[in-house]
Write a protein that binds this ligand. Structure first.
Ligand code: PEP
Ligand code: MN
Length: 266
C-alpha cells in the first residue's frame, strides 16, 4: 500500500518546522502543578515543539500508578493555552480516543502494547474517522514490521493523513543493556515499505535509564530519523512512572546542545 502523502506530513502539520520534531513532557501527568511547571520549563527551550503527557498509563502489572485519567486532559488544555505547545497523549481504546478528541488534543499516539493488537488499533481508527488529528504510532512490543505497518494502514484508511511512526524499541528476550532494544533495520524496512512516513525515535523507552539517552538519540539522527520523543519531568527522581529515564527540562536542553542533528526533509 502506498500512503498518498504528497509532502512530509510533519511539514503539513507544522509548516514552520525546519528542525527535527522534538516532543517532550512527563511519562505521566501526576498533578496540575507538576504538569504546568514541567511545561513552563520546557517552553523556555524553543527546540521543543510538542508537549506530551500520559494520562492513561499501560502498566505491566496492576497496582502501579495507572495515570490520573480524564482530569489530565484539562491540564493538557491549560498547557496549550499558557505555553502555545500543541499537546498530546496516548490513547488505548475507543473511550480514550473519544475523550481526547472531545478535549481537542492536537496529537494522539498509540502505544507499543496497543499497536500489537489489530482489534485495538481498529477500534481507535473507527473513532478517528472524519477527524484531522495527528496520530503517532509506536512500534509493537515485538519486532514485527508488518504489524507496525498494519497499524499505520488502519489509521490511514480511517482518513488520517498526518501520521508519524515512533521507534521505541522491542521487548528483549534476554538481558540487554537497554530496557527495550532498538532495531534500526526494522526502521529501514518500515521506511522502504512506507517511504512517506516520518519516523521519530523514543530514546526514553529504549534506554530505560538516563545515561543511554544521548547515544540512542545520536544514533537515531545518524540513521535519518526525523525527531525525538523524550520524557521529561520537573523532578525525575520523584516521578510516579519511569523515574529512571526522565530528564529535567534543563538536562534535556544540555543533551540537545551536544547532539549533531541532520534533518533531511526540512
Ligand atoms: C509512554 O510513552 O509513556 C509509553 C507507555 O510508551 P510505550 O508504549 O512505548 O511503552
Ligand atoms: Mn514512560
Amino acid at each position: 500500500m502506498t500512503l498518498k502523502l504528497d509532502i512530509n506530513p510533519i511539514k503539513a502539520w507544522m509548516p514552520n518546522i525546519d528542525n527535527p520534531l522534538l516532543i517532550s513532557g512527563p511519562c505521566s501527568l501526576e498533578t496540575e502543578e507538576q504538569t504546568m511547571e514541567t511545561a513552563r520549563l520546557l517552553a523556555k527551550d524553543k527546540r521543543v515543539f510538542v508537549f506530551r503527557g500520559g494520562v492513561w498509563k499501560p502498566r505491566t502489572r496492576p497496582g502501579s500508578f495507572e495515570g490520573v485519567g480524564s482530569i489530565g486532559l484539562k491540564w493538557l488544555q491549560q498547557v496549550r493555552e499558557e505555553t502555545g505547545f500543541p499537546v498530546g497523549t496516548e490513547v488505548a481504546n475507543a473511550q480514550h480516543t473519544e475523550e481526547a478528541l472531545k478535549a481537542g488534543l492536537d496529537v494522539l499516539w498509540i502505544g507499543a502494547r496497543s499497536t500489537a493488537s489489530p482489534f485495538v488499533v481498529q477500534e481507535i481508527a473507527d473513532v478517528l474517522k472524519g477527524t484531522d488529528t495527528v496520530v503517532m504510532i509506536k512500534n509493537p512490543v515485538n519486532p514485527d514490521v508488518q504489524l507496525w505497518m498494519g497499524a499505520v494502514e488502519r489509521i490511514y484508511q480511517a482518513g488520517i493523513k498526518n501520521i508519524v511512526g515512533i521507534h521505541r524499541g522491542f521487548t528483549p528476550f534476554r538481558e540487554t543493556k537497554y530496557r527495550n532494544y532498538p532495531n534500526w533495520k526494522t526502521f529501514i524496512e518500515l521506511k522502504r515499505l512506507l517511504p512517506n512516513l516520518p519516523v521519530i525515535c523514543d530514546p526514553s523507552h529504549i534506554a530505560g535509564t538516563r545515561e543511554y539517552l544521548f547515544e540512542i538519540s545520536q544514533k537515531a539522527f545518524d540513521m535519518g530519523m526525523e525527531g525525538l520523543m523524550i520524557e521529561s519531568h520537573r523532578d525525575p527522581s520523584c516521578a510516579l512512572s519511569d523515574a529512571g529515564q526522565q530528564l529535567t527540562p534543563a538536562d534535556l536542553g544540555k543533551m540537545l546542545d551536544k547532539l549533531v542533528i541532520r534533518y533531511e526533509n526540512a
